[in-house]
Write a protein that binds this ligand. Sequence first.
Ligand SMILES: C[S@@+](CC[C@H](N)C(=O)[O-])C[C@H]1O[C@@H](n2cnc3c(N)ncnc32)[C@H](O)[C@@H]1O
Length: 259
Amino acid sequence: MKKNKTGTYYDEWTEHYMNTGYGNVIQAHRPADVNQLLDYIALNANIKDGMQILDAGCGICGPAIFFAQKFNIKITALTISPKQSEIAKNLIEENNLSSKIDVMVGDYHHLDKYFEPQSFDLVIMLESFGHCLSQKKVIAGINNVLKDDAHLYIKDYFKKGFNGSSKRRSDMKKIMKNMNKIYSYNLPDPEETYKILRSMDMEMIYMQRNKLPLFNDDSVKQFEKNHDIDVFMGGFHYQILEPLELYFKKPGNIDADII
Ligand SMILES: C[S@@+](CC[C@H](N)C(=O)[O-])C[C@H]1O[C@@H](n2cnc3c(N)ncnc32)[C@H](O)[C@@H]1O
């Protein structure tokens, strides 16, 4: 596996995100109203009172704080960036949520190092899955820490197929490369993700295009303009990326007799 540089990336960039359009929620695929985004996620990830949740790639805990204010839940929030964890800790304290959210620095490729098997009712990955260096390792770890019949929810951008004219294909390749380099990403191929989930016996509840109404994408545009970033070479990102949501269940006893 390549050396993971994402922690350094977020140590350096988190305050820029916070101050330029993103606020406390570092997600690019969003409607104008951030509460609408988080309500949508809570609904689609089926967050319920009483759950023990792992937020793998939690940012500065903007989403975790929102969910903990709405539900009677416990969230373990994991980020690879020490800087993010420091900011998150302050925000959690300011919001009096220390009894509900526990933030820690760690790498989601090594979940078995931090957590016992069968620890969580739900794992959420909100625009963090795309940073995976090994999808297999991350999903195997998630499968291990989920309880039987518990769920994984992923919201992220995924790779589109490279189709059309040779110019279009080569432009798409260039844009993917830009995006991965600039955002420390590793844009996942949805078919590969699906195959890995199935190889671990995870059951698909749904896999769908994100249905959030995008009133604007000002946060992304403002952020990129302010920092002289031109990932999309003047184009529009939905020609390149698919915003998807995946919701999978870890089955109970997979050795049960087939009758
Ligand atoms: C785009 S931000 C999303 C943050 C958060 N989910 C939100 O909605 O505000 C990506 C997050 O994934 C985290 N991340 C990336 N790679 C990680 C890894 N290997 N282990 C743990 N966290 C990771 C980053 O630290 C960052 O918090």
